[in-house]
Ligand binder design. Structure first.
Ligand code: AMP
Ligand code: GLY
Length: 431
């Protein structure tokens, strides 16, 4: 099969790493890919949002299957376009993609289908005084979210009324989130452990992948600013088999049935961001793609071929199973100088010896080659080191050992990835 992977991050590199091991693969392309993806396939200079050009490329190059990494092309309707042209694509249509593209669409969908999530209210910029009035009597902490895509930055959690007023101003007065902030969702604060569940589905049949835990803050001990994700591990012990069964019954099944009944069976991977509250698991958010870096750890866990599963999903006929190694996988992300604020890029990267084991991988993301062919930093999250191990500790040690061989000016990575998982296992005496 000829396969095209759309995107340029560590997520796409890890999917490529896995697909490249499939006996079914003939030729693999990345659009646009990065300095690391050229190890697994051929990079072509088309960006992820150029969906017309991508369709033309797929037609001209006998692409049998296109895999979409990031949300932007999905929200732009890449799957609708490919399907209209008779091209097989793994990724939900633009109707389903609105579950990520609009918090209001996601909240209304969950309300309609009785899916557990935080209570909420919607406020429009045109009636902003209603929001300020609401803040007078709201319970704190409170969660305020821009409706649209805001690169993971559109969520504010004020803990007092005064903080909430300042937060409301950033949406409606300072216009920090542009059109994405024309409507704001005010949501009840949920407390508990967070976990992510990925569902690979053709809209009816599905596989729930081992639950992951991300590390969204830049600093150790969950300090500092929010990022795209600084590390992850799989499976997260906090999401026990009992909780996972609840997630399946109360969240995954009603979500898939709901979308199907709306005439839009979901074909791709659904990301369910969860809060494991004392009242049971509740949805924090849906994303319509794999999380990055969680995907990198998930790829290391898989023992069976992924390509047939993704291909069957693209054709709406998922029948193949998936199997996973028995153990844990972890990923640690190294970020560029200044991330997540003002970045300094162009620093030379020394990778050292790359791993050769099937249980270890370095996935490049924000890394490119300069005109001399030297590897330099080109994005906020520069690379991830991902490893499988029989125990969580083994997998973390292995990921950190790879990281210790890598160097660049201003390099930052968290030293406490997986700590919550280790603590949870220790408590249950499984370590
Ligand atoms: P989101 O972009 O919706 O995933 O929100 C980003 C982060 O904000 C989540 O990962 C949570 O840590 C936090 N968050 C969002 N909604 C809530 C909520 N209702 N209660 C508590 N924390 C939340
Ligand atoms: N790591 C979180 C995300 O991809 O949205």
């Amino acid at each position: 099969m000829n396969v095209l992977i759309v995107g340029s991050g560590g997520r796409e590199a890890s999917i490529g790493w896995k697909i490249n091991q499939s006996p079914l693969l003939d030729h693999l392309y990345f659009a646009p890919g990065n300095a690391g993806t050229s190890q697994y396939g051929e990079n072509i200079p088309i960006k992820a949002h150029q969906i017309q050009e991508l369709a033309e490329f797929a037609q001209a190059n006998q692409i049998d299957l296109t895999l979409v990494g990031p949300e932007e092309p999905l929200v732009l309707g890449i799957s609708d376009l490919f399907r209209q042209k008779g091209l097989a694509i793994w990724g939900p249509d633009s109707f389903c993609a609105r579950l990520e593209g609009s918090k209001i669409v996601a909240k209304s969908f969950m309300k309609k289908y009785g899916i557990p999530t935080a209570k909420y209210q919607i406020f429009n910029r045109s009636e902003k005084e209603n929001l300020y009035r609401y803040l007078e009597t709201a319970d704190y902490p409170l969660v305020l979210k821009a409706d649209g895509l805001a690169a993971g930055k559109g969520v504010l959690i004020p803990s007092t009324k005064n903080e909430a007023i300042v937060a409301a101003q950033t949406f409606f007065e300072d216009n920090l989130f542009g059109e994405a902030g024309n409507q704001v969702v005010a949501e009840e604060f949920m407390s508990g452990e967070e976990a992510t569940v990925f569902v690979l589905t053709d809209g009816e049949n599905y596989h729930i992948l081992p639950p992951a835990q991300d590390h969204k803050r830049i600093g150790d001990g969950d300090s500092g600013k929010n990022t795209g994700g600084m590390g992850a591990y799989v499976p997260a012990p906090a999401c026990t088999p009992e909780i996972l069964e609840l997630v399946r019954k109360t969240i995954v099944e009603p979500t898939l049935t709901g979308l199907k009944s709306e005439g839009h069976p979901y074909r791709g991977v659904l990301y369910v961001g969860l809060m494991l509250t004392p009242d049971g698991p509740k949805v924090v958010e849906y994303n319509v793609r794999f999380g990055d870096p969680e995907c990198q750890a998930v790829m290391l866990m898989l023992s069976s071929d992924l390509l047939p599963v993704l291909n069957e999903i693209a054709h709406g006929q998922l029948v193949s199973g998936l199997s996973f190694k028995s153990g844990f996988a972890s990923v640690v992300v190294a970020s560029a100088k200044g991330y997540p604020d003002k970045l300094t890029l162009g620093d030379p990267i020394t990778l050292g010896a790359l791993p050769e084991s099937a249980d270890q991988a370095v996935f490049l993301a924000g890394a490119t080659e300069n005109e001399n062919g030297d590897l330099i930093t080109s994005g906020g999250r520069v690379l991830g080191t991902a490893a499988f191990g029989k125990t969580l500790k083994d997998s973390l040690d292995s990921a950190y050992q790879m990281m210790s061989a890598i160097q660049f000016n201003g390099m930052h990575y968290r030293k406490d990835i997986g700590q919550r998982g280790l603590d949870a296992l220790k408590k249950s005496e499984k370590v």
